[in-house]
Design a protein around this ligand. Structure first.
Ligand SMILES: Cc1ncc(COP(=O)(O)O)c(C=O)c1O
Length: 411
């Protein structure tokens, strides 16, 4: 299992104190900490070969271009895309999802069509589809949940119909931490001629992803949730689908030729990468992929499974803790635990935990419709990564046991 010392040497922030308290970082669903190897790659780029890629004929620019394009090749290998041109760099998952909504959605969805998403979507994979539905006259429909938090089997069966033009679901819910059977949903979408988009923001850093095996038409994620810098994200799309789509953002680098009144577009992937790109972020992403591949996802998953298995009985033993998505009858629970402390607002829980050095997330986690569906306004969320340890869980639970006392409630 995770040995506290093993990863401390790689993650400079993890060994530090904040306000005199050892940092217990349990907000990996929001963003992960960064390994030295990634930070070095970023510094190497900015300190050794910073230049605008694709534009200069001089050596520095050529090197920047090589670093940027190498990241594309490595990312394609990482998620098993058929070719590097299927990888579009964006600034985050949100931009990747908006790219599909604006470019694919606005072109292919029409009045009377249906877009199907799940009630467990992050706002980034929900609000853009509301917008497309309103703008086109399409109907936005939802897959609701079973009692255990998994997507309703009945809704998957009944709501993917001849009217469905696009199904957009997350691979792992950022609140409930439940992994969805994406392959099955994609198959059903394709059977009615609909496109399938997968939000991989919470999955790609925690499990091996093979987009060809999933047969997803689109797959989106953010680098910062997988050891990389903020500001680099990825949209994977099948080549022929991307090729047929109009550009999303327009400007430099995405054109073939520009006349006074008309423009022709560059080939993929440049067509979707307008303006100066985040080469440092791409260098960091390559280093993050190298790190994760040498660690292996078998190891990542085993550590996270152990931590969840260790934490849940301790949480269940506290009568004032309400858990969400923790009773799945399938073995699809990942390292995210959403909960509430009876009578205490999640923000108060998070502030009190912070006074013990424990960082968790509190609020609606950009999933308001899901919280309303669960009958809650907000919740707390602890989310693990491979560098977390059982000692982190112990510190979290010990602090949690103090919360109600600090506010003057009985146990
Ligand atoms: C499932 C899911 N989708 C999309 C996003 C959006 O990611 P970003 O803010 O990096 O664009 C998040 C972020 O928390 C997420 O958890």
């Amino acid at each position: 299992m995770a040995d506290a010392q093993e990863f401390l040497k790689d993650f400079p922030l993890l060994g530090q104190k904040m306000n005199g308290k050892q940092i217990t970082y349990l907000d990996n669903g929001a963003t992960t900490q960064k390994p030295e190897q990634m930070i070095e790659a970023l510094c190497h780029y900015y300190g050794g070969c910073n230049a605008n890629p694709h534009r200069g004929a001089y050596a520095l620019s050529v090197e920047a271009t090589e670093i940027y394009e190498k990241a594309r090749v490595r990312t394609a290998q990482f998620i098993h895309a058929a070719r590097p041109e299927e990888i579009i760099f964006t600034k985050n998952a949100t931009e990747a999802l908006n790219l599909v909504a604006y470019s694919y959605g606005m072109t292919n969805v029409h009045e009377g069509d249906e877009i199907l998403i799940s009630i467990a979507e992050h706002h980034s994979n929900l609000v853009p589809w509301q917008h497309v539905a309103k703008a086109t006259g399409a109907r936005l429909r939802y897959i609701y949940l079973e009692d255990d938090g998994n997507l309703s089997e009945e809704d998957i069966e009944k709501k993917i119909t001849e009217r469905t033009k696009l199904v957009a679901v997350t691979q792992i819910s950022n609140v409930l931490g439940l992994k969805n059977d994406i392959r099955r949903i994609v198959k059903k979408a394709h059977a009615v001629g609909a496109a399938a988009l997968v939000d991989g923001s919470q999955s790609v850093a925690h499990m091996a992803v093979n987009v060809q095996d999933l047969d997803a038409d689109f797959f989106a994620f953010s680098g910062h949730k997988m050891l990389s810098p903020m500001g680099i994200g990825v949209l994977y799309g099948k080549y022929d689908i991307l090729d047929a789509m109009p550009p999303f953002l327009m400007g430099g680098d995405m054109i073939d030729s520009v006349e006074e009144q008309d423009t022709t577009w560059a080939e993929l992937p440049a067509k979707f990468e307008a303006g100066t790109q985040n080469v440092g972020g791409a260098a960091g992403l390559t280093a993050a992929i190298d790190y994760l591949e040498s660690l292996t996802f078998d190891r990542v998953e085993a550590i996270e499974k152990d931590l969840v298995g260790y934490a849940l009985p301790k949480l269940r033993a506290l009568p004032y803790i309400e858990l969400y998505g923790c009773d799945s009858r399938r073995p699809n629970k990942t390292g995210i635990i959403a909960f509430n402390v009876r009578d205490v607002h999640p923000h108060d829980v998070a502030s009190i935990l912070d006074s013990f050095g424990v960082a968790i997330r509190a609020g609606h986690h950009c999933a308001q419709p899901l919280h309303h569906y669960l009958g809650q306004n907000a919740s707390c969320r602890a989310s693990f990564y491979f560098y977390n340890t059982r000692a982190d869980v112990d510190r979290w639970i010990a602090a949690l046991q103090k919360v109600r006392g600090v506010l003057g409630f009985g146990a």
